[in-house]
Design a protein around this ligand. Structure first.
Ligand SMILES: *Cc1c(COP(=O)(O)O)cnc(C)c1O
Length: 496
């Protein structure tokens, strides 16, 4: 055998060719990239929020063939500036007011960096004790900050959509007599139709979960809302009673604290009464609105949530944690575990009786060290610091609401409980709804067309509604005022 080949393998060059990026290079580009991000955060406000780009532009600027040989880091980073940045919608911009914004704070970004560096996988306690235990501790802190009861046990998932899927799966598992875990649902004529209840304003992720879990669209019943877009408890009780009479099996209600469309709050205490009486699982979706409860005077928004069976909140929405990080709490972790636990031999450990193995409570086996970024954010800002920042957003939203109310050409369309203001232009004398819808669509397009800000819309009833969401860490009243002035100016241009 020719050993000269092996000898060559031992040279420095081959180490470079086979191993990772050399430490010096990592350090150099690491520092450079941190500087880049720091400059970005410092100057993002001077950039347009929205890119000026056509579909396919980025794809066309990148090679269709994979890189055959390695490329220098400088070149890759240069392409970030040249190709990627022009395609960015700047979520981390203080005038990003669309959807529910998400801020990546300094400590959150550093937590994300550390978690990538450590690259631990917390599928079971043994696979990385720090992942499991830090998750337990941070979620215990968050639970206390939200004023939720001690029995609530939590785990981190990627998104609220996944959290809600788990909540509804546990609701199904709570119907022990049906044995759906063992026997499934297909081909069982004796199985009653199972029903989940939600309002028209529930997030689409609830419907996706219902579809995914095999209940079908017919397994879902929409409950009427009142004039403030909140689920009507009497309508819920009636729907349940009617379904029972029709031989169906009501098993889960999904109520929302802070609906995506207009941040309405379903009456949780009354809904919890019904769920307790009817022995139905209550899942509360507080993906956005839940965070507000860390502000002591906003605790009321979670009234009754201590009675929910499962509850989701997204720190990646309004708690300055970079995407993604959703938290699912449940007072019945044993049922969650019964729904999902499946332990192959290679994952059995000696500690299984004394620790939570997080893989037992949900679909994912692998688990990123997401708790690190939450831990950094909670510690760096502290409860008071986070509450002060949310309180300021709440204040700016009220100020914005007053500007809208004070202008005879505009009107507020939904109560403002959180950081979102739903409103529209409604100039005097223009009362045709079709005309108004077109006018408001033109208005939001004109405002977003400037790329100086980004707002999104919804429909409330038949009304085209503009949503202004204040929730970015760096948004000040002056930013909101710029948007408001722009809104007024664009309306003037659109009116005859
Ligand atoms: C944003 C939102 C969701 C979905 O959140 P993801 O984390 O993106 O899945 C669900 N429910 C409500 C009320 C939301 O606002």
């Amino acid at each position: 055998m020719d050993t000269s080949v092996n000898k060559n393998l031992d040279t420095q060059e081959m180490h470079v060719a086979l191993g990772d990026m050399p430490t010096d290079e990592f350090r150099k580009f690491g520092h450079q990239l941190v500087d880049w991000v720091a400059d970005y955060l410092d100057t993002v406000e001077q950039k347009p929020v929205l890119p000026s780009i056509h579909p396919g532009d980025i794809i066309r600027s990148l090679p269709s063939l994979p890189p055959q040989t390695g490329e220098p880091m400088q070149q890759i980073l240069a392409d970030v500036d040249r190709i990627i940045m022009p395609g960015m919608t700047h979520w981390n911009h203080p005038r990003f007011h669309a959807y529910f914004n998400s801020s990546a704070s300094g400590p959150g970004i550093l937590g994300e960096l550390l978690s990538a560096g450590l690259n631990a996988n917390g599928m079971v306690w043994k696979s990385c004790p720090a992942v499991s235990e830090l998750e337990e501790v941070t979620l215990g802190w968050l639970r206390q900050m939200l004023g939720l009861p001690k029995e609530y046990w939590g785990m981190i998932l990627d998104t609220a959509s996944t959290s809600t899927l788990h909540g509804i799966a546990a609701a199904r598992e709570s119907l022990t007599d049906l044995k759906t875990r063992e026997r499934g649902m297909a081909g069982r004529s004796e199985l009653p139709r199972l029903r989940v209840y939600l309002s028209d304003f529930a997030h689409s992720s609830v419907e996706k979960a219902v579809i995914t879990l095999g209940f079908g669209m017919d397994g879902m019943r929409k409950v009427a809302v009142d004039e403030k877009f909140c689920m009507r408890p009497e309508a819920l009780a009636e729907a349940i009673a009617q379904d029972r009479r029709d031989g169906m099996r009501p098993f889960c209600v999904v109520a929302t604290v802070g609906t995506t469309s207009c941040t309405s709050i379903d009456p949780i205490p009354a809904i919890a009464d019904i769920c307790e009486r009817e022995k139905i699982w209550l899942h509360v979706d507080a993906a956005y609105g839940g965070s507000a409860a860390i502000v002591p005077e906003m605790r009321w928004v979670l009234e009754g949530c201590d009675r929910a069976d499962s509850f989701v909140v997204n720190p990646h929405k309004w708690m300055f944690v970079p995407v993604d990080l959703s938290v699912l709490y449940t007072r019945k972790p044993d049922i969650m575990r019964r729904a999902f636990s499946l332990v192959p031999e290679y994952l059995r450990t000696a500690h299984d009786d004394v620790v939570h193995n997080l893989m037992d409570y949900g679909v994912p086996l692998g688990r990123r060290f997401r708790a690190l970024k939450l831990w950094f954010v909670l510690r760096y800002f502290g409860w008071d610091g986070l509450a002060a920042r949310l309180r300021e957003h709440l204040r700016i939203a009220q100020v914005f609401k007053h500007w809208v109310e004070a202008d005879p050409d505009f009107e507020v369309l939904a109560p403002v409980h959180f950081g979102a203001v739903c409103f529209r232009a409604h100039p005097k004398g223009t009362d045709d709804e079709v005309v108004l819808n077109k006018l408001n669509e033109d208005l939001i397009n004109a405002v977003n067309g400037s790329r100086e800000t980004f707002l999104s819309h919804t429909k409330l009833g038949t009304r085209y509604t503009i949503r202004m969401v204040i929730g970015h860490l760096k948004t000040r009243e002056s930013h909101a005022h710029q948007v408001w002035e722009q809104m007024q100016n664009e309306l003037k241009k659109l009116l005859p």
